[in-house]
Design a binder for this molecule. Structure first.
Ligand code: M6R
Length: 609
């Protein structure tokens, strides 16, 4: 977690650093800080709270400098205070450090450093780094070797950027946490994620674990952990700066909900064969998955729900699949072999739990595949293969458009896996799939239709004083019910739970009262069973909002309110239903004045286990 940024150039770095921090705030927003070289040594500014407090402090001091490092924090070690905010410095104030990740041996290092006379001013794990480096510099080491020697003493996962006074150079490295280098004209950037500097350059170098970067205004050098030069290509990013801005919307979340038609069109483009006869991926040739006997999905949060959805799509095509919460996988691993395809579903490609479980599967001999939104992310680089969902940058902490694009991508992947297996077994390619592929191709326009006619705001007023909110669904609507509840609790802070519709009577029904609205999701398949569950909750006085196509007349006549979705293939109805639930969550959170894009206690990219 946390966002780090750094910039060196031949003009003032303060504004570019603050822009970088603003663009990284989704990674953490409980405190922020900057360190700059101003010609007279290092100046450090740190403030708890969001970036505006830091901005005010910097404006008041009229801070400036052509080289600096910055940080926006999501607390792991120590409360969000000025003292615990990064950058952290050594006893002599000549070394400043920003860090994302966890330094596991910090307690031992701190004890040893304290015994040797160092004074610590924060509770963070990070603060050991400048003090260790201080010792190496005092022994006469060059800045680069002091940095290398310091890094070699750290265990854990980290991305670290360091500024040492009067050097005019930035030093940085990564091990298990993201870090990219931006290459501008007479300027370089370092950041946890490329949107930090997208306004200034679209040229980026994706760093590998163990790489050490040294950058000045004139050039950069990358070496591996042994100090040997490594060649990392400079690549162009095709995300525009506008993609990462709010574009007139009040919140990123709202913008990203409304971007779903475009995102879905990008996701699907070129991947459905003419006549809807099959799915095709740029990374794979026909027969690529002939040997796959089973699929295991590893994911967290919203991506986990997309994986649950995909499991059902694979099952419908006769492919055995299991879904694991990535954080649990290494503790309780499932048997796998070299005929198991392990798919890590991760928007960011940087979620520590997902990366850890993918590494575990890879070590056990499985083939790994990343399904991610971020080209150059750790998951994309570490897995055997990667498929990109092409949703464009998602800044709001609540995942929205990426769920839709994940489901569409995974649906197409399920098609290719099923066909490859069927062809290998000399079976006839299952008929009837063209309707599914046609459905995938029309998802974009269906969601567009839904967004144009949307009217959830009245519903929000009607139900805003409820005690709790329940979401129920069957088949593909079950993961959507869980996703709807996750979104609702994440941004409204109200209690919400998602259940398999038939499961209510086995316990949760005890919670149902006239003050617990129930959102019931209908796909067009097994609707009569879900309708029975609706009647069970209505008998306990709960109002029911049906999310359904309006041609399901019995559903429409039974429920108390309707959120309409367009008629579509039943296996894909969950995508549209989920968009309705995103809108409900968004408008409820807006009514309740919540921090929609940056909900309390959370961060977009969770890079700690
Ligand atoms: O980047 P990832 O898809 O791996 O992130 C996984 C979860 O942290 C993420 O989906 C989280 O649950 C979202 N904030 C939910 O809106």
């Amino acid at each position: 977690m946390c966002g780090i940024t750094a910039r060196v150039g031949d003009d003032d770095a303060v504004d570019t650093l603050l822009t970088g921090l603003a663009n990284l705030e989704y990674r953490g927003y409980d405190s922020a800080g900057l360190a700059m070289e101003n010609g007279d040594g290092l100046e450090v500014y740190k403030r708890e709270g969001d970036l505006s407090s830091l901005r005010d402090a910097i404006d008041a001091e009229r801070a400036e400098g052509h080289i600096g490092i910055g940080h926006t924090r999501w607390s792991t070690h120590g409360a969000p205070t000025n003292e615990n905010a990064h950058p952290h410095t050594d006893c002599t104030n000549q070394v400043a450090v920003v860090h994302n990740g966890i330094i596991e041996n910090h307690a031992t290092l701190r004890e040893e450093l304290t015994a040797r006379g160092h004074t610590f001013t924060s509770e963070t794990d990070t603060e050991v780094v400048p003090h260790v480096m201080e010792e190496f510099l005092e022994e006469g080491a060059s800045v680069e070797s002091a940095f290398r020697d310091t890094i070699s003493m750290l265990s854990g996962s980290f991305a670290v950027a360091v500024l040492v006074e009067e050097t005019g150079e930035l030093y940085a490295t990564r091990k298990g946490s993201p870090l990219v280098l931006g290459v501008g004209e007479n300027e370089y950037f370092l950041a946890s994620d490329a949107p930090a500097f997208l306004e200034f350059t679209d040229q980026v170098v994706y760093l590998e674990d163990g790489d050490v970067v040294r950058a000045s205004a004139e050039d950069h050098h990358i070496t591996d952990a042994n100090g040997d030069p490594v060649d990392r290509p400079v690549q162009s990013i095709d995300w525009s700066p506008e993609d990462a801005e709010k574009g007139g919307y009040d919140h990123y979340m709202k913008k990203e909900i409304h971007e779903q038609p475009t995102a879905l069109a990008q996701t699907v483009r070129g991947r459905v064969e003419d006549g809807h006869t099959g799915a095709t991926f740029e990374a794979f040739s026909r027969g690529e998955f002939s040997d796959v006997k089973q699929v295991q999905f590893l994911a967290c949060g919203t991506s986990y729900h997309a994986a649950l959805y995909a499991q059902q799509l694979l099952a419908q095509r006769g492919v055995p699949a299991q879904v694991f919460r990535a954080g649990e996988y290494a503790t309780n691993p499932a048997p796998l072999g070299d005929d198991t395809l392990v798919v890590g579903v991760t928007q960011s490609g940087e979620t520590a739990d997902t990366l850890g479980s993918l590494r575990h599967a890879s070590d056990a001999g499985a083939r790994t595949l990343a399904v991610t939104n971020v080209v150059g992310s750790t998951a994309a680089r570490e897995c055997d293969d990667a498929v990109f969902i092409r949703a464009g940058p998602e800044i709001g902490v609540a995942a929205t458009k990426t769920f839709s694009s994940q489901v569409a991508t995974l649906g197409l992947l399920a098609e290719q896996i099923a066909r490859d297996r069927e062809e290998a077994n000399h079976e006839e390619y299952t008929s009837g799939q063209s309707a599914f592929l046609e459905g995938v191709s029309t998802l974009s326009e269906n969601v567009q239709w839904l967004l144009e006619g949307n009217d959830v705001e009245n519903l929000v007023d009607r139900y805003r004083d409820a005690d709790a909110y329940f979401f129920i669904g069957r088949g593909v609507m079950h993961p959507v019910a869980k996703e709807g509840a996750l979104k609702f609790k994440e941004i409204t802070y109200e209690h919400a739970e998602g259940f398999a519709a038939g499961e209510l009577k086995h316990g949760p029904l005890a919670l149902v009262t006239p003050d617990t609205p129930v959102f019931a999701l209908f796909s067009g398949e097994n609707d009569e069973k879900t309708l029975n569950n609706v009647k069970e909750v209505q008998a306990r006085g709960a109002p029911v909002i049906g999310v359904t196509a309006t041609d399901a007349s019995e559903v429409v006549d039974t429920v108390d309110d309707v959120l309409e979705i367009p008629p579509t293939h039943p296996a894909l109805a969950g995508v549209a239903a989920n968009v309705q639930l995103q809108l409900i969550s968004y408008h409820m959170a807006d009514r309740l004045n919540r921090a929609i894009d940056k909900p309390r206690n959370l961060a977009k990219s969770v890079t700690v286990e």
